[in-house]
Design a protein around this ligand. Structure first.
Ligand code: ZN
Ligand code: FE
Length: 246
């Protein structure tokens, strides 16, 4: 297995930009701003080779113009992502320096919205967050549920790199919905301590999220009762609506 070095670059308050370095590849994922990427590249004497974009929002793309130069920019088939030199979608795959990246389309927050899966790493933008999911700006609850099911089908040991540090707020909301979920209560306590110490809670292990993120568990009968729903899609719609108001 190739050892990918993955650095998280915090930006704009709660965004994460990711820098992947291995072999002769230097890849940035979702550069919402150029400066922290440029500073890191300069400090480590690296030259960018690829940019990966999950979705069109400015906080994931605005650094693209300044960074792109002659590197390959891989993003969704979306006219709002004009920087992409290569547009990809569901089921596509591509190779960078001998590693295979699989593309999942995970719409709901935006449509399209990509996730990139390489080895046991998943870069999922604003589709899944630790303990939560993205707001439904362009998609329906059924689209988001199908996207979350796609992600949930991945191995528990998948490491998830999402677009924002929203974990504490997400878990506080989750506990208000599921006060009896002990795995969730434990995770909230741990995340509280991490945040007090200024430690990032992202990336995170998918297996832990499967047990504690209510958005990944809306097919759970007890959770549906708590949400006054009898099916997963209605439960997801209600859960998202409550989180939007929270
Ligand atoms: Zn977004
Ligand atoms: Fe975002």
């Amino acid at each position: 297995m190739t050892d990918i070095e993955i650095q998280s670059l915090p930006a704009m308050g709660d965004n994460y930009i990711y820098l992947l370095v291995y072999h002769d590849a230097v890849i940035v994922v979702d550069p919402g701003v150029a400066a922290p990427v440029q500073t890191t590249l300069r400090a480590q004497a690296l030259k960018l080779t690829h940019i990966l974009l999950t979705h069109h929002h400015a906080d994931h793309t605005a650094g693209c113009h300044a960074l792109a130069g002659d590197c390959e920019v891989i993003g969704p088939k979306d006219t709002r992502v004009p920087w992409a030199t290569r547009a990809v979608g569901e089921g596509d795959s591509f190779e960078i320096a001998d590693l295979k990246y699989s593309v999942l389309d995970v719409p709901g927050h935006t449509d399209p919205h990509l996730a990139f899966h390489v080895e046991h790493h998943l870069f999922c933008g604003d589709s899944l967050f630790a303990g939560g999911c993205g707001r439904l700006f362009e998609g329906s609850p059924v689209q988001m549920w199908n996207s979350l099911l796609k992600i949930r089908s991945l191995d528990d040991d998948t490491i998830v790199y999402c677009g924002h540090e929203y974990t504490l707020n997400n878990l506080e909301f989750a506990v208000s919905i599921e006060p009896g979920n002990s795995a969730l209560a434990r995770r909230l306590e741990q995340v509280r301590q991490q945040r007090e110490a200024g430690v990032a809670t992202v990336p995170f292990r998918l297996g832990e999220d499967k047990l504690t993120n209510p958005f990944l568990r809306v097919d759970d009968a007890e959770l549906q009762v708590a949400l006054g729903a009898t099916d997963a899609v209605t439960a997801l719609a209600e859960l998202r609506a409550r989180k939007d108001r929270w």
